[in-house]
Design a protein. Structure first.
Ligand code: C2E
Ligand code: MG
Ligand code: MG
Ligand code: MG
Length: 277
């Protein structure tokens, strides 16, 4: 690692650092080929409209390492981004989400929306938008059946080219959501600059709404603000009935969280659908 290589700082290089760096290297190596070895899979977490109607699912990556077991996407997605592996992995994620959409359509749920998390690294590939639109056509999924979840980090290095790419996707009918809203900086600026349909209020705001006056006011006002801007809002991480009741009262459009449904494996999705029809 850079730290280990920094000769004069070797004294500050602790055993914990070495363990971390070792794990990182090991995971980085193992991530190459993880897709081919079928170690990656997707879980799907349902998202509901306030009416209780199923709106769709968010696809969430899972990695089952043969020795280390389940590795959190919070750990391996950054590695996949640093190595560029997120590009082929991300394409596979979109294909899989499209496959689920087709299956749902075959069962009569043609209007569900599959949400997929998008890394800034993917958007930086110059052919991304063309590839994406071709893929949708190939899979026979309407553009409106896909929602790309981006985070504010997309703006850090990007700027105009990224916004132009998102704009093209939006014009083609692909939906864009701003994920983890409220956790970054200058959030309101991005609301103005990004071509988005949906705003996802971060779990950290939802968690305290039953107990904390400030969060209550923030979330209720955010929902109003988002509506005034003509966007729709998703509340993430709903775990308690009381949170759900408040969010409904405040007119939150879409609801997601363990209370309503945990991420489920692909083969569970089909069984999930008829119940909700
Ligand atoms: P995210 O996109 O914000 O996804 C929501 C995360 O919150 C998921 O964690 C989900 O399992 C978790 N969650 C949902 N409801 C609840 C709840 O009620 N309580 C709690 N405590 N957690 C809840 P997960 O699956 O570990 O994913 C973590 C992050 O990894 C995602 O955050 C996303 O940023 C990233 N990620 C996952 N899949 C992909 C992918 O295919 N591509 C990219 N680029 N990133 C991904
Ligand atoms: Mg997300
Ligand atoms: Mg999120
Ligand atoms: Mg998150």
């Amino acid at each position: 690692s850079a730290k280990a290589a920094g000769g004069n700082r070797i004294g500050a290089y602790t055993e914990a650092d070495a363990t971390r760096a070792g794990r990182r290297l090991k995971l980085e190596g193992a991530l190459r080929g993880a897709l081919e070895r079928s170690e990656l899979s997707l879980c799907y977490q349902p998202i509901y409209a306030a009416s209780g109607r199923l709106r769709g699912f968010e696809a969430l990556l899972r990695w089952n390492h043969p020795e280390l077991g389940a590795i959190s996407p919070a750990e391996f997605v950054p590695l996949a981004e640093q190595t560029g592996l997120i590009v082929p992995i991300g394409e596979w994620v979109i294909r899989e989400a499209c496959r689920i959409h087709r299956e749902a359509t075959a069962k009569g749920h043609a209007d569900i929306v599959m949400a997929v998390n998008l890394s800034p690294v993917q958007l930086r590939v110059p052919s991304f938008v063309d590839g994406m639109l071709r893929l949708l056509e190939e899979c026979g999924v309407p553009a409106s059946g896909l929602e790309l979840e981006i985070t504010e980090s997309i703006m850090l290095e990007a700027g105009e080219r990224t916004i132009a790419a998102l704009e093209r996707l939006r014009q083609a009918g692909v939906r864009i959501a701003l994920d983890d809203f409220g956790t970054g900086y200058a959030s309101l600026t991005y609301l103005r600059e990004l071509p988005i349909h949906t705003l996802k209020l971060d779990r950290s705001f939802i968690r305290p709404i039953c107990h904390q006056h400030t969060e209550r006011v923030i979330v209720e006002s955010m929902i109003m603000l988002v509506h005034r801007l003509g966007l729709e809002v998703v509340a993430e991480g709903i775990e308690e009935e009381e949170q759900l009741a408040l969010l409904r009262e405040w007119g939150c459009d879409l609801l997601q969280g363990y209370l309503l449904g945990r991420p489920i494996e692909a083969r569970g999705v089909g069984a999930h659908l008829p119940k909700l029809a």
